[in-house]
Each structure stands twice: as structure tokens, then as C-alpha cells.
Design a protein around this ligand. Structure first.
Ligand SMILES: [Zn+2]
Ligand SMILES: [Zn+2]
Length: 267
């Protein structure tokens, strides 16, 4: 199994997860998680990872915020890629005029329950619910029978359920959105500060670290800090905050960023 990011942050997100073809097939299964980029940008970023749109068997949507869903339906319309979404996320996208409700009847969007697992080719997808200010957000754990990849961005606070879901991953992509002091001192309006730091906003470095400390990390060997704010955070601040765990963690630790995403990581 391998994965990469085409970009990560408030200006656009997209991740690719690829199986090894474990069911005896030589063809790997590949899915994209979110697409917050324009069509042209998405195709260019896929190409930089050696992929074309036809290589993707589906696009999974986490929630309807523009940095995650902004490019999903345009991409699916152009290339015929099946979209997987919760009903809440889909209907919010309809209200935002990103997609027509007829996609439901035509089967172009496949609705999933945010706690019910399903498979796409060799990939087993386990969604899970998170507290975030969207209609029906979900994040994912993806397995191919050998490895377990967890991703969670856009989450306001830790819950016991999240800790359970993210335990036992070989690779983990975890939001570490902001440094609490930098956010407090920033020139953002008070309402925005309250939204970001609220229970349905985004994870601070320390809140992300609390989740990281609580999960079972025995098989973890690739840890990625993601969705960092370009205004209220820095990789140095994340390292400082996560130091307690990083000092006893023996695997790879890296960052996914807005501009260059994250190159392929193989498990
Ligand atoms: Zn986001
Ligand atoms: Zn969001």
C-alpha cells in the first residue's frame, strides 16, 4: 500500500491511497480522498505523482468545505469517477450548487453511512464521524488487508471514538492546524478565532498531540502532520508540541504542505 498528498491546507486538499492488488490482481486500486483544487490543478498535481484521472476508482469526500469538495464534482463530471459521500455532505454540496441532486437518482454519487465500512476493489474503507462544523463530516481508515492508513483532518476536538478508530495504523495523517498562541495573537477576527479553536473547528498542535499520545502506536511507522495553517502555525511549532511523542517514536515523521503536498510513502 502507498499514499501521497496532492496538497494539504485551507486552500485545497487531496490525498491518494493505492493498494498493492492483494486479491491476486496485478491492477492496484486507487482512490482520491477529497479534491479541493481546480480541474487543471488536480490533473497537474496527479501527473506530478505519475497518475492520470483514469487511474482513480473513486473520490471519497470528507465534508462540504470548499478546500475539500471544491473540485470533486467537476472532476467526477469530466472523468466519470464515482463519488462517495455521506448524504449530509452531498445535500450541502447541492445547496452550494456544486452538483445537481439528479446525481443521486443517476447513481453517480454513492451515499455511505459515516460509520459503515465498504470496499472499493482491494481497498476496505472504514469511515468514522468527527466533530466539525459541517453537515455530516467523516474521516477514514483505509486498509488493504496488510496495512492500515488513517487520515483525520478538520476535526474540532478529540473523542474516545476517534482514538479508537485511529489506533493500530501503520500510517497516520493527522491535522495539526494551529498553534494556540499564534492563533490568539493573530489579526483574525474574534469570530474566526472562536470558530477555529472551537469544539467543531480545527485541532491545535496540542490537541492533535493529545490524540497522538492516546492512540495505540505500536505499528505506526509513518506519521504525517497535515492541514497546517500558513498563518498561525509552523512545522517548528508542531515539532515542539509533539516532542514528547516524537522522542519515543521510531518511525518517519513528515509534513504535508499546501504547495507540494507529500510525495509517495510506501508501507
Ligand atoms: Zn479543511
Ligand atoms: Zn472543514
Amino acid at each position: 500500500m502507498r499514499f501521497c498528498a496532492l496538497g494539504s491546507g485551507s486552500e485545497g486538499n487531496a490525498w491518494i491511497v493505492e493498494s498493492e492488488g492483494t486479491q491476486g490482481s496485478v491492477t492496484a486500486t486507487r482512490v482520491m480522498i477529497d479534491c479541493g483544487f481546480t480541474l487543471r490543478e488536480t490533473v497537474a498535481r496527479l501527473s506530478s505523482r505519475g497518475l492520470t484521472p483514469a487511474d482513480l476508482q473513486g473520490v471519497l469526500v470528507t465534508h462540504e468545505h470548499d478546500d475539500h469538495v471544491g473540485g470533486v464534482f467537476r472532476f467526477a463530471r469530466k472523468f466519470g469517477t464515482p463519488v462517495y459521500s455521506t448524504m449530509g455532505t452531498f445535500m450541502a454540496s447541492v445547496r452550494a450548487r456544486l452538483v445537481d441532486v439528479s446525481w443521486l437518482q443517476e447513481g453517480k454519487v454513492r451515499i455511505f453511512n459515516p460509520e459503515t465500512a465498504w470496499s472499493i476493489g482491494d481497498l476496505h474503507i472504514q469511515p468514522f464521524t468527527v466533530p466539525h462544523d459541517a453537515a455530516e463530516p467523516a474521516q477514514f481508515v483505509v486498509t488493504d488487508g496488510r496495512h492500515r492508513f488513517g487520515i483525520m483532518t478538520d476535526c474540532g476536538m478529540a473523542t474516545p471514538h476517534i482514538v479508537e478508530r485511529l489506533s493500530g495504523c501503520d500510517a497516520l495523517v493527522l491535522e495539526s492546524n494551529h498553534d494556540a498562541d499564534m492563533l490568539h495573537r493573530s489579526d483574525y477576527p474574534g469570530s474566526l478565532k472562536r470558530r477555529i479553536s472551537g469544539d467543531y473547528g480545527h485541532l491545535s498542535n496540542d490537541a492533535a498531540h493529545a490524540i497522538l499520545s492516546a492512540i495505540d502506536r505500536d505499528s505506526l511507522r509513518c506519521l504525517v502532520a497535515a492541514h497546517l495553517s500558513q498563518n498561525t502555525n509552523s512545522p517548528e511549532r508542531v515539532r515542539e508540541s509533539w516532542l514528547g511523542t516524537l522522542q519515543v517514536y521510531g518511525g518517519e515523521f513528515c509534513f504535508a504542505d499546501q504547495h507540494s503536498g507529500l510525495d509517495w510513502r510506501t508501507l
